[in-house]
Design a protein around this ligand. Structure first.
Ligand SMILES: [Zn+2]
Length: 396
């Protein structure tokens, strides 16, 4: 499992001028271009603390690998203008997978976060062994679509929480038969790819941060309607994980005193009323409109609680639930009662719809693999030149 630290620390990391640190330096330069591109090489050198010559050598390698491309944009009075460097979207690919109690979805994603191929398998619930086999086949198929470019890894999102005896792999919103399965190990053995596993809510929040509402809002709360209900506070573009990565379990906040029993052992948990599982259980009995009327007041209270706890710029709602239903539910939750978000001058509405839609979780899962493969890791500076990312580099 990738630690949030690995994704956020790149800006504070510096290169090393010792020869053994070459793989580490390459990752630092690449990550700096990913986060800041288009960027000139002198600026990269300044940011990572390496000489311009060292950075120039690394840039040549990265260009040879097709991971970055340069463009002369700015006119200077004398000489040739400096090269502005950006990631090459088709330079490498990663696979995002989302496993839910309803089935498996997978997408091949390029460096820019664009989904270039997708596959869905509906099987309820998906058994682990069959799932690994199915994902293996999907990966084989996706490999044929990368046009010889690098496939950096696979990111898998699945419902949490993890390692909580009373809640993990318990109940209809979890993958009950997956308890005790070493998912990362099985998947990396099946696919031969670096594998990163994360909770679905965190992966979706990351996807929304990178490719959705996060492009214009840096601090938001993402409410994720999966089979269950998850939520994640995104701060400075980074989803908050909590100490064990389980910060996303807003669905198990008890909200109705003496309410419906929940598989976690408590009564009246939010996701018993507000989730895809709740909709599919209740709507056939009481009707769609009645379900919205039943769920909206609880969603309203949850949003006020979220605003008072986190003071986000906005609460973004999205997930696997269909767009029309989500819009009707959000509309029914208005008008919102008073909270710290109830200010005259707001930069964004209090509730926003996800801008990356149902793809957020797949793109977020793929980005786990990009970050894991591209981000500088201190472990890489151990003198080993066996860095898979650069195995094809002639200069290595
Ligand atoms: Zn519960």
């Amino acid at each position: 499992m990738i630690a949030a630290k690995n994704r956020g620390d790149a800006m504070s990391l510096k290169g090393t001028n010792q020869e053994f640190g070459r793989p580490y330096n390459r990752r630092i330069v690449l990550e700096t271009i990913r986060q800041n591109g288009p960027i000139e090489r002198a600026e990269i050198a300044k940011r990572v603390g390496l000489t311009v010559q060292t950075v120039a050598n690394i840039i040549r390698e990265l260009e040879e690998l097709g991971l970055i491309s340069g463009e002369r944009t700015r006119k200077k009075s004398r000489g040739s203008p400096p090269m502005s460097l950006t990631l090459n979207p088709q330079g490498a690919y990663a696979i995002g997978v989302n496993v839910t109690p309803r089935g498996i979805e997978a997408a091949l994603v390029d460096l820019a976060g664009t989904i270039v191929a997708a596959k869905r398998i509906e099987t309820s619930p998906p058994a682990p062994e069959e799932s690994f086999r199915a994902i293996g086949k999907i990966v084989d198929n996706f490999r044929t679509k990368t046009m010889g470019r690098m496939l950096l890894g696979i990111g898998l999102a699945m419902p949490g929480p993890f390692d909580v005896e009373s809640m993990s792999f318990v109940g209809p919103t979890t993958l009950e038969s997956w308890r005790g399965i070493a998912v990362t190990q099985h998947l990396s053995e099946t696919t031969g790819l670096p594998t990163f596993v994360e909770g679905d809510t965190l992966a979706a929040a990351l996807g929304e941060s990178l490719y959705g509402v996060g492009r214009r809002v840096s601090d938001f709360y993402f409410l994720y309607f999966a089979v269950g209900l998850g939520g994640s506070m995104v701060r400075n573009g980074e989803p908050m994980r909590g100490i064990y990565g389980n910060a996303g379990e807003i669905g198990h906040v008890p909200i109705v005193p003496d309410g419906q029993p929940c598989s976690c052992g408590n009564k009246g948990c939010l996701e018993r009323y507000v989730s895809l599982e709740a909709y599919q259980r209740r709507a056939p009995v009481i009707g769609r409109a009645a379900w919205i009327a039943e769920a909206a007041p609880l969603l309203r209270n949850a949003i006020v609680a979220i605003e008072n706890l986190f003071d986000p710029e906005t609460v973004v709602i999205g997930g696997l639930i269909d767009d029309e239903l989500l819009s009707e539910l959000a509309a029914a939750a208005e008008p919102l009662p008073s909270s710290v978000a109830d200010r005259k001058e707001r930069s964004a509405p209090r509730i926003m719809r996800s801008a990356s839609g149902q793809d957020a979780v797949l793109r977020g899962a793929a980005s786990l693999a990009f970050s894991g493969a591209l981000s500088p890791r201190l472990g890489q500076a151990d003198g080993s030149e066996k860095d898979p990312l650069f195995a094809r580099s002639r200069v290595a």
